[in-house]
Design a protein around this ligand. Structure first.
Ligand code: PNS
Length: 167
């Protein structure tokens, strides 16, 4: 196999539900932003799950948190991830791996995406240890039962979660 220089301006897509953005997601985005020229956080719109936050609210939160990072952008997507990646001319999909329990699902998705688009590479990154137990689902559960999300999500997301609980 020959080694080729990476294309200039490599764009990595970080897809997910982000309902809501957690400190684990933030950690992965920051790692991605150090590795790739640009990171596009892609919020899935069409999901069977009943979300706590509408797609535009999730996008706003990511945008606000990464306001000072010019190489981190956020967008929504619908349909197949590979189609969206082609449309954006992305070469990499970034996914976080927290624990062995994530592996099977992530492995299936990565190989399915490779089957659909062989030139798109999935890159897995591990978040800092203190975030390995974090998930949006658990955070929503804790907050809806009156628990505290402090330190688990960015302060802005914590405020939005509090507003949502009071509403
Ligand atoms: O944060 P999540 O819910 O784990 O993210 C899952 C996501 C959005 C990455 C995945 O469901 C996805 O890519 N959906 C788009 C539809 C698609 O392309 N499906 C085939 C991929 S195997």
């Amino acid at each position: 196999m020959t080694t080729q220089a990476p294309p200039a301006g490599r764009l990595a897509i970080y897809p997910g539900s982000f309902d809501p953005l957690t400190n684990g997601h933030v950690d992965i985005i920051l790692r991605g932003a150090r590795l790739f020229e640009r990171v596009l956080v892609a919020v899935l719109v069409n999901t069977d799950k009943r979300p706590m936050f509408a797609p535009h609210e999730r996008v706003d939160m990511v945008r606000e948190v990464f306001r000072e990072y010019p190489n981190v952008k956020v967008d929504t997507f619908d349909g197949l991830l590979v189609d969206y990646a082609r449309q954006k001319r992305a070469t990499v999909i970034v996914r976080g791996l927290r624990a062995v329990s994530d592996f099977e699902y992530e492995f299936q998705m990565a190989l399915m995406n490779r089957h659909l688009e062989a030139s798109l590479e999935t890159v897995f990154m591990m978040p800092a240890e203190q975030y390995t137990y974090l998930s949006s689902r658990l955070i929503k559960e804790v907050v809806s039962l009156g628990g505290d999300a402090h330190g688990l999500v960015p302060p802005l997301v914590e405020a939005r979660l509090r507003e949502r609980r009071q509403a």
